[in-house]
Design a protein around this ligand. Sequence first.
Ligand SMILES: C[S@@+](CC[C@H](N)C(=O)[O-])C[C@H]1O[C@@H](n2cnc3c(N)ncnc32)[C@H](O)[C@@H]1O
Length: 309
Amino acid sequence: MKDFNYGLNRPPTVGQLLQLCSEALESSGVFFGHGTDNAWDEAVLMVLFIADLPLDSGESVLALFVDDETVARLEELMRRRIVEREPLPYLLGRAWFAGLEFICDRRAIIPRSPIAELILNGFEPWYSGPAPKRILDLCCGGGCIGLAAAYQFPGARVDLIDIDAGALELAEENTRYLKLQDRTSIIQSDLLESVVGTKYDLILSNPPYVDAPDLAAMPAEFHHEPEDALGSGVDGLDLTRRILSSVCPFLASSGLLILEVGNSWLALEEAYPRLPFTWVQFERGGDGVLALTAQELQDYSAISGQLGL
Ligand SMILES: C[S@@+](CC[C@H](N)C(=O)[O-])C[C@H]1O[C@@H](n2cnc3c(N)ncnc32)[C@H](O)[C@@H]1O
């Protein structure tokens, strides 16, 4: 890592620190993929956040001087980022998802699901029912998907389910942070086991889905995240199978399931050749997210029941 004391005027400017951090990140071989995908964007986020400057600051801030205490904090964060390979959102304690700011720490994975784009588009054209009144975020982690959906649909009640008490504590904190307590419920449950009788218009789920070989090969940054939130058996589909076999009774007749399976999409297609998955195309990147209507799931249950699949 580059020495901050070398070649820097004291006090340094925002512009100099941006240059230094971005070069150090670039040459260090750290992995990007927890909210940013390149060294410059990560440096901008880190320097502006630590210098307490607005994240949408323009070029006018480049000439501002940064005090010694802030430079020291930045040096420590850069050390943890490069030497310990901690992902940036854990270092900052904040993550951004679907245009909202979330509290973020190691109790849950870092928000990054492409489902954000679907939420911002109101699930068009996949959801064709009435304005959603009941939404479920199944496997909610820190709550980013369910809370962003609550924000997008002010007329909806949102349930957030996770099995992990720590993740649910964080989801609860985020609910208060975004002032959404009145329309949200936090529920500890093994998938849908504790849900009785509710019919949801939208069930949104980003469950653990990484298969065993991918889990073993993940860059160091991912090992700071809770392992139970990532892996799901040898082919990555243990949780997904359970969701597909149990979700149907909890969807309204015009309801929609949105389910993320990432790289395990091919294994899923092979495991369920008769399920008519729609794979969502994203403008902002990402893949492995499927949409299934309640009707498609019902038709499939009828056929699979008959054929004993
Ligand atoms: C990939 S993380 C997704 C977190 C969040 N939805 C997001 O997109 O950032 C998966 C979450 O599923 C939870 N989980 C794992 N097994 C579960 C189960 N059997 N029932 C409910 N939640 C479970 C984990 O605790 C973890 O928080």
